[in-house]
Design a protein around this ligand. Structure first.
Ligand SMILES: Nc1nc2c(ncn2[C@@H]2O[C@H](COP(=O)(O)OP(=O)(O)OP(=O)(O)O)[C@@H](O)[C@H]2O)c(=O)[nH]1
Ligand SMILES: [K+]
Ligand SMILES: [Mg+2]
Length: 375
């Protein structure tokens, strides 16, 4: 049986040994491509990949979004879950207290976010160490990862965890590359750049495509700064997941103010102490902001809206989306809507289906059937 993990190690070693320069960049590009293929194989169930490959924990999705708590052991993931939801996940000073996925519900102004507390992961998780692969599979199903870090531990922890997630195809806080690739049956390769590329050239892409046995295709690179890694991501797009990540340093009760200040300035980062109940609310607010969901409270004529029940739509949604959310046919009898809140120029503003709503808007739909307004 071929050992994929060993092959991966070999390639990683070769990449480390190879000096980066103009002469080696084609070779390095090919190695990166091979590495990406092997890592994908590792996650496929079947011979050579181990029993737990690719399977997550069996928790069904619920609520308006899912957040996964990912981190090394004992950073305070379970403590955080127990603070922000009604679920009590076991907390203890020893590593691997949590052994499976524990779901909780975070209520946020009428929205319900499922928060998954997960076992701690360790270096090598992507290759199956500990419950790494299961944790990572669970993380892949989430809309956002909150990476909990221990403010008292060495700074490399963040890069180490990122590398583990990266190795299994999770891309944090990145957009999918702006590269178009279409495989064809015949006609050879057609590679075009919409602007002179800074990090790629045709030969590089040609080599990699050939190594992937993609001989007939059309490629259009729309981003002049696109990298070889991004190009490989496009080839491997079925194995790539683009997820938002909020980095959260816990246990700030045990570090100096100077250090804390530095941590807090990192991008996509929040700091907290679950123990002292410092910053926990900020973390939740930031997570909500990053999810970019919008709460709309619907209102019937003459009755106050119910603020404990929000209708959740994506960012940039319109009144039409809101209607579709309430009922499939509501649009048909739609006359106009009244809107109170940030999206309204004056309150209430009378708007049509194309009006874009904002978080915490109150909306009343008025229809042609007499007296129709929504629940
Ligand atoms: N000083 C300090 N300790 C904390 C804080 N939050 C949690 N702890 C402690 O850190 C230890 C680990 O907490 P857990 O919540 O079990 O950590 P975990 O990340 O879920 O750990 P595993 O499930 O084992 O991976 C416990 O002893 C907590 O009391 C904090 O803000 N400050
Ligand atoms: K623990
Ligand atoms: Mg735990």
């Amino acid at each position: 049986m071929v050992n994929i993990t060993e092959k991966i190690k070999e390639i990683e070693d070769e990449m480390r040994r190879t000096q980066k320069n103009k002469a080696t960049e084609y070779h390095l590009g090919l190695l990166k491509g091979k590495l990406a293929r092997l890592r994908a194989q590792l996650l496929e169930p079947g011979p050579g990949a181990g029993a737990a490959a690719g399977t997550g924990f069996d928790v069904s999705k619920s609520g308006d979004a899912r957040i996964a708590l990912v981190g090394f052991p004992s950073v305070g993931k379970s403590t955080f879950l127990s603070k922000v939801t009604k679920t009590k996940s076991e907390v203890a000073a020893y590593s691997f207290t949590t052994l499976t996925a524990i779901p909780g519900v975070l209520e946020y102004g009428g929205a319900e976010i499922q928060v998954l507390d997960l076992p701690g992961i360790i270096e090598g998780a992507s290759e199956g160490k500990g419950r790494g692969r299961q944790v990572i599979s669970a993380a892949k199903t989430s809309d956002m990862i909150i990476m909990i870090l221990d403010a008292t531990k060495r700074a490399e922890q963040r890069a180490l965890l990122e590398a583990e997630l990266e190795a299994v195809g999770i891309r944090l806080n990145q957009d999918p590359p702006n590269i178009y690739l279409k495989q064809k049956k015949a006609g050879g390769m057609k590679i075009t750049f919409s602007a002179p590329p800074k990090q790629l050239d045709e030969k590089m892409l040609y080599n990699i495509l050939r190594d992937y046995r993609i001989l007939n295709c059309e490629v259009l690179v729309r981003d002049e700064n696109a990298t070889i890694d991004q190009f490989i991501d496009v080839i491997m797009k079925d194995h790539r997941t683009y997820i938002k990540c909020l980095y959260v340093y816990n246990k700030i009760d045990s570090v100096s103010l100077d250090f804390l200040d530095r941590l807090a300035r990192e991008p996509n980062t929040a700091v907290m102490s679950c123990e002292l109940d410092l910053g926990v609310r900020d973390v939740v607010d930031k997570a909500w902001e990053e999810l970019r969901l919008i709460r709309v409270y619907t209102k019937r004529k003459g009755i106050d809206p119910v603020f404990s029940e929000a209708l959740i739509v994506r960012n940039n949604s319109t009144i039409e989306d809101v209607c579709d959310h309430i009922h499939r046919t509501l649009k048909e009898s739609f006359k106009y809507a009244l809107v109170w809140g940030a999206s309204a120029r004056h309150v209430p503003q009378r708007v049509g289906l194309a009006h874009v709503v904002a978080d915490e808007d109150v909306v009343s739909i008025v229809g042609t059937k007499s007296g129709l307004s929504v629940k």
